[in-house]
Design a protein around this ligand. Structure first.
Ligand SMILES: [Mg+2]
Length: 310
């Protein structure tokens, strides 16, 4: 596989997982079964309730919107952090469909674009250091595609909205997995991933272990508890990284668990796209993405700039 092919797999995997996952977002497993008795497989099955009718079928949501804010701030060698914060704020001032609670509080502060880390830390402090949502993990895939400084970029970009070390560790893990697949053709091992986790927070190890040891994704209870917790979403992505036998297998297993399914699948599928490559994504899911032309243009600009600099 070429580097370009892996990058395309990662970026389209992100959007596809996000778009199909919207169909079961916030549902528990019983609700998923009720609304999709044969399973959710295609965008056109997505039910049109009050939450979901705000998006066209095949649309990605806030997860990929915010990933694009990061992608657009790539300057050829690295990411311009000020530009990312400005892009987040501009997105927030538009129509930030699907925005998470923690991200909303941080981005609504009037001086966010000038002092993003201060705003991010303030809301983490106000949560008594409990807030550890998956809002930074959901957008971190593109960080792993830059040629260098993966850890530094992942940490700093996470901290623009999410200050908790569990969030930062999640972002560094997901971005590093992708970076190693793209640039070194290497799968990070269980021990290597645990080592990264240990650097940030000792609560991360348990969730890495769960993902590695569970034979069935349903044992992670993605639809039942702690919806939106960064380590739960990380465990879904890691489960797919180790156990999914194909891109489609991981995509369908993840979205049919419900919970924060768009985010879980966005992260999982960005990793699966990097692992299995662009050609492994069934064309249906790419061709039927809403706003595909817009996405194509942004993705090719980013990939061309990245590879030209290398
Ligand atoms: Mg979303």
């Amino acid at each position: 596989m070429t580097i370009k092919n892996i990058m395309l797999g990662c970026l389209y995997g992100q959007a596809v997982g996000d778009a199909l996952g919207l169909g079961t977002e916030f549902m528990n497993k019983n609700e998923v079964r009720k609304h999709y008795p044969q399973g959710l497989i295609r965008y056109d099955q997505i039910i049109q309730d009050d939450h979901r009718c705000r998006w066209a079928k095949g649309s990605w949501t806030d997860d990929t919107d915010m990933m694009i804010c990061i992608m657009d701030a790539f300057d050829g060698t690295g990411f311009n952090y000020h530009a990312i914060a400005r892009n987040f704020k501009e997105w927030f001032n538009g129509d930030p469909l699907g925005i998470g609670g923690h991200t909303f509080k941080v981005l609504c502060m009037s001086d966010y674009a000038e002092q993003p880390e201060m705003c991010s830390k303030l809301w983490w402090d106000l949560s008594h250091h409990n807030s550890a949502a998956n809002g930074a993990l959901m957008r971190t895939s593109v960080v792993g595609l830059a040629p260098s400084y993966t850890e530094e970029h992942a940490e700093t970009i996470c901290r623009l909205t999410h200050y908790d070390p569990r969030c930062i560790g999640s972002c560094v893990i997901a971005s590093s997995i992708i970076h190693n697949l793209v640039w070194h053709n290497k799968m990070l091992s269980y021990d290597e991933i645990r080592q990264i986790g240990r650097k940030y927070d000792n609560r991360i190890a348990e969730w890495i272990g769960k993902a590695y040891n569970c034979s069935d994704i349903s044992l992670l209870c993605l639809g039942d508890t702690s919806i939106g917790y960064t380590l739960l979403s990380l465990s879904a992505a890691l489960w797919c990284y180790w156990h999914a036998v194909s891109f489609e297998n991981g995509l369908l297993l993840t979205v049919n668990e419900g919970g924060d399914a768009d985010t879980n699948a966005a992260i999982a599928c960005s990793i699966l796209g990097a692992k299995f490559g662009y050609e492994a994504i069934p064309q249906y899911y790419i061709e039927n993405l809403s706003k595909l032309d817009e996405y194509k243009a942004k993705v090719s600009r980013f990939i061309n700039e990245t590879l030209n600099e290398k």
